[in-house]
Design a binder for this molecule. Structure first.
Ligand code: NAD
Length: 468
């Protein structure tokens, strides 16, 4: 942390240092979030991922002043029993792990669904189990305790009786709601026909072990806008009610099942519903984040340099790759889709506010995007071409863009969201957050990074003689 001053939350209360279990910490968003937490806060990070290349600079034991506050665990959450223990050690779990590149959604739909739904289940359940309050039920004698064990309707994971003082300590896998527990306890006491029991048992909730989950979903859960179903020149297409995406009112509109592109959005939607239901039924403290095209340095990879040559990263890295190689930027289906892009550093500010203001963030779903930075993908390509010329000093090639069909580029089963404008009302009201960086500025700093990091390597790779 830059200075030793106590950090205050938005309500002026001191923030206590947290231990954060961050799953997917080695990815694009995770690397920026780790950096922010280590350089600006006193919090500790248990960083989980299968890769750590993007956070290597934070893990060097000798060079970093924060080595004590970050621990890397190489874990695949699909099958690693260490996950539960690490979640238990943390006050807060942030789940970023996912397959989240559009090129995979229709070509690897099974991996996409498993990664975004099935593999996230152990995380949600580990946090839910870790946040269970221990329930202590004390009885007057052993018979009453035995009767209660036989009649109470809970799913117990452990149950110990200390017959000497006739008390029973239960840890429940799921503690249903308080009323149901009280009713069961009352029923057990009232139905005590052993004749030995006179006092009602008492029930104590030990609620000191509060755990939270911040789960990363996506703006793709909104799918297509309502307006996209209107004729192209219909005036209602200009009405914000037909395109602005609101967390609490907008529907989720996906294409048909054969459009496998929606496997990602659908898996993300179901895990959102599960997290929400854990909150509603079992009191899980959660926040769901819906990122709207966060971009910046360290996003994805440059094919053939730090990722597979045949790999297709997200649009920023695809276009960066074309610019670095002096190839035309490929516009899928004319590049007509509209997107809003937000600078990763602005978005990370929003996540930090969620981390440090649980009372304002718990139970909420937040859009995190920049509604002021809307462009078509074609406009993005044109702007990136201009910015790259400025930062690299190279003139643009003669035909800077080329049209390709989505079938050619992404394969069978591709489909797209037409437009994504986030409504900012909820995040603004709860956390007072607004994005700051313009599209031009964020592209300038990002493409400066891309040029500095990759230009030499690309030059070397392209000047190598091709093996015959
Ligand atoms: P990323 O691919 O850079 O990072 C994801 C990380 O998760 C990777 O480092 C990967 O190795 C790790 N991971 C995946 N499966 C794992 C597993 N089984 N075990 C352990 N680690 C695993 O992606 P990102 O851009 O940092 O996105 C993070 C989250 O935000 C994802 O859930 C994504 O769906 C969501 N999101 C991001 C954006 C965006 O604009 N960047 C937009 C929408 C949603």
């Amino acid at each position: 942390m830059a200075n030793g001053a106590v950090r205050l939350d938005l309500d002026g209360k001191p923030i206590k240092p947290l231990t954060i279990c961050m799953i997917g910490a080695g990815g694009f968003i995770g690397s920026h979030l780790c950096e922010k937490l280590l350089t600006e806060t006193p919090h500790k990070v248990l960083a989980l991922d299968v890769y750590n290349d993007k956070i290597k600079h934070l893990l060097e034991p000798d060079t970093s002043e924060w080595a004590e506050r970050i621990q890397f665990h190489r874990i695949n959450i699909k099958h690693d029993s260490r996950l539960e223990g690490l979640v238990k050690m943390a006050d807060l779990t942030i789940n970023l792990a996912a397959i989240c590149t559009p090129a995979d959604y229709n070509t690897r739909p099974l991996d996409t669904i498993y990664s975004n739904f099935i593999d996230a289940l152990p995380v949600v359940s580990a946090v839910a189990v870790a946040s269970i309050k221990t329930v202590v039920v004390r009885f007057a004698n052993a018979e009453a305790a035995a009767y209660y064990i036989a009649t109470a309707g809970f799913i117990g994971v452990s149950c110990r009786t200390r017959r000497s003082d006739a008390s029973v300590r239960w840890s429940f896998l799921r503690q249903r709601n308080e009323q149901e527990l009280t009713q069961n306890v009352d029923a057990a006491a009232a139905a005590d026909t052993c004749g030995n029991q006179t006092n009602s048992p008492f029930v104590k909730y030990c609620s000191e072990n509060n755990k939270r989950l911040i789960h990363f979903s996506t703006c793709e859960v909104y799918g297509k806008t309502i307006g996209s179903f209107l004729p192209k020149d219909h005036p209602l297409r200009q009405d914000p009610d037909f395109y602005v995406l609101k967390e609490d009112t907008s529907p989720c509109i996906f294409g048909s099942i054969e459009k496998q592109r929606w496997s990602y959005a659908c898996a993300k939607q179901l895990i959102e519903r599960l997290v929400y239901a854990e909150g509603a039924e079992n009191g899980l403290e959660f926040t769901i984040v819906r990122p709207f095209n966060w971009i910046g340095p360290r996003m994805d990879f440059i094919p053939g340099i730090d990722g597979p040559s045949e790999g297709v990263p997200r649009v920023l890295a695809c276009f960066s790759n074309n610019l670095l190689r002096r190839e035309p930027l490929k516009l899928v289906d004319g590049g007509e889709s509209q997107r809003t892009f937000i600078y990763i550093k602005d978005a990370i500010e929003a996540v930090l506010l969620m981390i440090e203001n649980p009372e304002r963030a718990n139970g909420h779903i937040f859009n995190v995007g920049n509604p002021n930075n809307e462009v078509t993908v074609r406009q993005l390509a044109e702007m990136m071409t201009k910015v790259y010329s400025k930062v690299s000093g190279e003139t643009a090639i003669e035909s800077p863009t080329i049209d390709v069909s989505s079938k050619e580029f992404y394969g069978e089963g591709y489909d797209d969201s037409d437009k994504r404008i986030p409504d900012m009302t909820i995040i603004n009201r709860q956390l007072g957050w607004n994005p700051k960086t313009s599209l031009w500025d964020l592209l300038e700093s990002t493409l400066t990074y891309q040029h500095r990091t990759y230009a030499e390597a690309v030059k070397k790779a392209t000047s190598k003689p091709v093996a015959s």
